[in-house]
Design a protein around this ligand. Structure first.
Ligand code: FAQ
Length: 343
């Protein structure tokens, strides 16, 4: 349903013409030469690899974005994981288990990608567990019934793909490569959600009402998922100049709306926005106002499920302490045995 094409036009030229430099601060001749090399690579749309020189601000931005992304994947396992034991059939249970496991896998690729930038997994998890690190706002809302699981697949994974396909062309090699596999899997996630909803929409009036109710509750949250409007997005211009972000928050949001409207029609649901209509002049849909106050309240820890989600992650970490200790003790034992044998 969504293209996996990597040739989506991006906004890098806009950032260049806005006069943004890859790194803005003064530096000595050696660093200036390295900076010039880095800039030339970025301008040529090349890749930066882990052992290569990069400006500290570029490294920091990547650690921030990739670790937040990793946290989102593992916190994102919770709302759907909650439904594995209550899936309506063996087939749905098997699909859901596979999907939730995939999200865990995405978290692991992403933590690994962030580790290549010189941060440790322990540092990243500490930031998550203490509430210092952000993760996607969308996972702080509850999945109230089975239709929510379908809608999370259709809309949340659909929004995630829209955002992540351009990240396959991110200038940082390990992140871009991780995204290629993640996007393929997200595509399956989106389709399984949509298919589950198509089945429900052939069912009873109650089932159809459940789907519509779930769409009503998730639609606006999915639009907000793309992040604040471009004018209020402090990281966008620099992220685009560096070739980390390729398409702006608002442009991705618009693409998502335009892609979803016909899907909603096929499904037979109404998107809960009286202002949603085709604009012939713009060749795009107009849509209503997103509640940004509610979005920021959720990002800042006051959404309906923030405490529960963080509590679940901290508990999982604490409960797994003995596994980490045992694995470490085993590795140390192996190492000392090998050293004795070699001596
Ligand atoms: N939630 O200046 P910008 C998924 C923060 S994965 C929370 O525009 P930027 C798979 C932002 O961090 C979903 N915070 O920032 C799945 C920044 O704060 P900071 C996650 C948000 O980085 C499906 C501040 O607002 N995807 O769904 C959000 O240029 C189903 C200002 O914003 C990714 O992480 C938000 N929605 O753009 C799993 C993709 N939006 O850090 C399970 C990679 C913004 O300065 C089940 N990330 N903020 O303190 C990105 O593309 C970008 O980081 C954006 C934000 C677009 C999220």
């Amino acid at each position: 349903m969504y293209t996996q094409s990597f040739s989506v036009p991006d906004g890098t030229e806009d950032a260049k013409s806005a006069g943004l430099k890859a790194v803005p601060k003064a530096m000595n001749a050696h660093d200036a030469a390295l900076q010039a090399q880095f800039d030339a690579r970025i301008d040529a749309d090349g890749r930066i690899e882990p052992r290569e020189w990069m400006p500290e601000a570029y490294r920091k931005t990547l650690v921030r974005q990739i670790s937040q992304h990793a946290h989102s994947e593992i916190v994102g396992m919770l709302p759907e994981g909650n439904w594995i034991s209550r899936a309506p059939s063996l087939k749905r249970k098997a699909i859901l288990i596979a999907k939730v496991q995939d999200e865990g896998g995405h978290g692991l690729y992403l933590y690994s990608a962030a580790e290549t930038l010189g941060t440790s997994r322990d540092q990243m998890l500490e930031a998550l567990h203490t509430g210092k690190a952000k993760y996607s706002s969308i996972f702080n809302y509850p999945t109230l019934n089975w239709a929510d699981v379908g809608v999370v697949g259709w809309l949340v994974d659909g929004a995630a793909i829209m955002n992540q396909v351009p990240l396959c062309r991110c200038s940082y090699g390990p992140y871009a490569r991780a995204m290629v596999r993640v996007c393929k899997e997200e595509s399956f996630h989106q389709r399984q959600g949509y298919e589950a909803l198509l089945v429900m929409m052939q069912g009873t009036a109650e089932q159809k009402a459940m789907v519509q109710d779930a769409v009503n509750r998730w639609w606006w949250k999915c639009l907000a998922m793309f992040g604040p409007p471009d004018a209020d997005s402090p990281n966008s211009a620099q992220g685009m100049r560096w070739g980390i972000k390729r398409i702006s928050n608002d442009d991705l949001r618009q693409k998502f709306v335009d892609a979803t409207v016909p899907q909603a029609k096929v499904l037979g649901v109404t998107l809960p926005d009286p202002d949603l209509k085709w604009n012939e002049a713009r060749q795009a849909h107009d849509y209503g106002q997103i509640d940004w106050d509610e979005f920021w309240a959720t990002v800042n820890g006051n959404g309906p499920c923030n405490k529960e989600r963080l509590g679940a992650r901290v508990k999982a970490w604490n409960d797994g302490a003995w596994v980490r200790e045992a694995a470490l003790a085993h590795a140390q034992k192996q190492q000392s045995r090998q050293m004795k044998e070699a001596a």
